[in-house]
Design a protein around this ligand. Sequence first.
Ligand SMILES: Cc1ncc(COP(=O)(O)O)c(C=O)c1O
Length: 481
Amino acid sequence: MYNMNRLSHSIRRIPSPRLIPASRNPISLRLNPTVQFSTNTMSQASAVVGNGDTKPNTWQGAGAAEFDLRSDTMTKPTASMLEAICQTTLLDDVFNEDPVTNELQRYVAEITKHEASLLVLSGTMGNQVAIRSHLAQPPHSVLCDHRSHIICYEAGGVSAWTGATMQTVVPKNGIHLTLEDIQKHAVLDDDIHHCPTKLISLENTLDGMIMPLTEAKRIVEWAHSHDIKVHLDGARLWEAVVAGAGSLPEYAALFDSVSLCFSKGLGAPIGSIIVGPQDFIKKARWFRKSIGGGARQTGIIAAAAQVALKETFGTDPCGQGGKLAATHVKAKQVADLWTSRGGKLEQPPQTNMVWLDLEASGVGPNDLSLIGQEKGLKLSGGRIVVHYRTFLDLFEKQTLISDLSQKYRTRRSLSWSKCLILPSAASTKEVKIPASLTEVDSIFQLKNSASVDKIFHIHPLTYVCTTPTAKHRGTNDGGAN
Ligand SMILES: Cc1ncc(COP(=O)(O)O)c(C=O)c1O
């Protein structure tokens, strides 16, 4: 188990807490009493960042992350991460000399049952460095799910950097690849017309969905029997583990390499790590350097990552002692609230992501994000991602967005209560919507009304409904900004 006391020798590097007496430091006095944070460290941090006596410290509280449901990358680091950063070592990682970085790498290799690991700056860097390190030269191809992060969101890096052909596969079950999907598409022959599969890159979780351990095992065993390496983009493997799909070592040890992210649901400000055999990590260190990923005083990254791992995932192999498990419960609540209001889901949530089927629910692709904007919530499309910073009471009432909005509505005195109908070529009339309803309720009602075709937002406070006979212009009567 990781021992934070190993870091104690580094405390000498921190300016004396006496620089700003804790009792006179307004920053430490403003701390939320529920936040476990030492006043000495706060004073040290204030001194280190030069906050003086007046500026608020942005590490306090959840900040904007509380109402940001677009991704778990929006989590905000915690005060305890800052505390660890203040106590970290600051030696050079390009020279392999930073104790806290080395300790993190040792610890992650240990808990994933791999020989070695390497800290990288992002999940993308982790995948790219790992995939490059596995491959030699064309002709070769990398097989992956057609929705994989490596093919959809990494700027074409795999092909650009390795010269590999990407073989994308659509999973037959719509959720995760199976061995049968892969067998159908993998290229095993040495026919010179083809491009042999040399690497399979899986992703778990993918869109919040779990690849079961048994399926992962079948795929890896088969791949190895054909001399194909298997990498796992495990940016969110933590989530699958916490959901009870298998332990961290059970999953991680299967693969030739795994990349794991600290800055998604775990909440660290920055950093990912790749694990694998010693010679693979040695090669990866080389490729990491070649793309500018060799960083110097990485202790600041490793220290926060270590806290994220310990506090958010937990210290047991199934992640039951950390904060992630609660986010899965919240995600299920969101899904239940949505379906209880007649909404449809693309899939029932398995981890921390909820996929609303907007089309089947009669909601336009941008409706939720626009309503969210209005109410101070950040939403994107039909995906709602819950993380440990998500405002805890957010989903506890009867309705989804209308209750999400309540907190903000009170603060901003917004009250959507009527829908004015603009003059149009066809007719003019006024539709009253009871003051107790929120904008979303209004939109749901209007959508369900036979006379409404479409609803468009034309301004955060204004929307237009088209009907066969009239154009309706809605506005808020609170006169708010
Ligand atoms: C599954 C997956 N892998 C890799 C990444 C890349 O991580 P980063 O944004 O740190 O480069 C992401 C980012 O969201 C991801 O969702």
